[in-house]
Write a protein that binds this ligand. Structure first.
Ligand code: NDP
Length: 269
């Protein structure tokens, strides 16, 4: 998909720009931002990186976003989360123009997704849908179970699956009979952030299992939510690292490209 995007971007008359804002010095966020900027370079998207100190005022961030909203060179604006506690995340996300909200976290884009007419879809769930689509895995009529109900993964994931005609169950920390519900899933998507939580006994024979989680196991090694033994039963299982993570970045590039195309009116989606 990145190769395809690279060709499309090269064919554009105008440079496509993504602004990435990092507030503070969270080590994981620094890695994510670096990876996003590198991916932009690889496909020919021009990136503008802004680093604000940990104690930056909320007003500074809002002023920066306001100036980027006006900046014609910038087609997408990304504020890396989590923000320091003294900054209101909702207020920051709300400040981004919906047409530049390439993370799809803003209320307008989430609302459109809920209506079934999405404009920009948040990158992780969108990446999961593309993984399924590109592997030729049909969703319509399937029993899909989503573990996790966050606004950035679980909820938009469930809405996308529903829009694609799956029968969707969303599980969370208060769900009862979670194991039994998981064992009914044709498509099981885990986004809870607990190492090796999903075990073989929770998986239906030949289920498609998508592991969104990024965790450290007891040895400090990167791992997902799904125990490797799941591979004994699943027909597909995405690896961590190297599965949903790279797809998330790909969809950020995709969203930025289409934000630019819509803005420049070059082609319609
Ligand atoms: P959140 O912490 O915001 O949400 C976690 C969700 O999991 C909540 O809905 C919570 O339920 C639920 N949950 C927690 N524990 C359990 C449990 N024991 N049983 C059932 N449900 C449970 O996390 P995010 O959605 O932001 O991220 C989820 C995971 O995905 C993380 O590991 C994160 O690092 C990863 N991630 C990966 C990305 C990628 O690119 N691959 C991108 C984004 C996230 P409740 O609502 O009841 O508290």
């Amino acid at each position: 998909m990145r190769e395809e995007l690279k060709e499309k971007i090269a064919a554009q008359a105008k440079k496509i720009g993504l602004a990435v804002i990092l507030v503070g010095d969270d080590p994981a966020s620094q890695v994510y931002v670096r990876n996003k900027i590198k991916a932009c370079e690889e496909v020919g998207i021009f990136s503008f990186a802004y680093r604000l100190p940990q104690d930056a005022k909320e007003s500074e961030l809002l002023e920066l976003i306001a100036s980027l909203n006006e900046d014609e060179r910038v087609h997408g604006i990304l504020v890396q989360l989590p923000l320091p506690k003294h900054i209101d995340t909702d207020r920051a996300l709300k400040a981004i123009l919906p047409e530049k909200d390439v993370d799809g976290f803003g209320a307008e884009n989430l609302g459109l997704l809920a209506k079934g007419t999405p404009a920009t879809v948040s990158c992780t769930p969108f990446g999961v849908m593309k993984l399924l689509e590109r592997e030729g895995i049909s969703v319509a009529g399937k029993r899909a179970v989503v573990l996790g109900r966050s606004n950035i993964v679980g909820k938009p994931m469930a809405m996308l699956l529903l829009n694609a005609d799956a029968t969707v169950t969303v599980c969370h920390s208060k769900t009862k009979m979670l194991k039994e519900i998981c064992a009914e899933a044709d498509i099981l998507i885990s986004a809870i952030g607990k190492a090796n939580f999903v075990t073989e006994d929770m998986i239906k024979e030949n289920a498609v299992v998508i592991d969104v989680g990024i965790n450290r196991n007891e040895n400090g090694k990167l791992c997902g939510d799904v125990h490797p033994s799941a591979a004994n039963k699943a027909s597909y299982l995405t690896p961590v690292p190297g599965g949903v993570g790279p797809m998330t970045i790909t969809m950020l590039l995709w969203n930025t490209y289409y934000a630019a195309v819509r803005r420049e009116n070059v082609i319609s989606r």
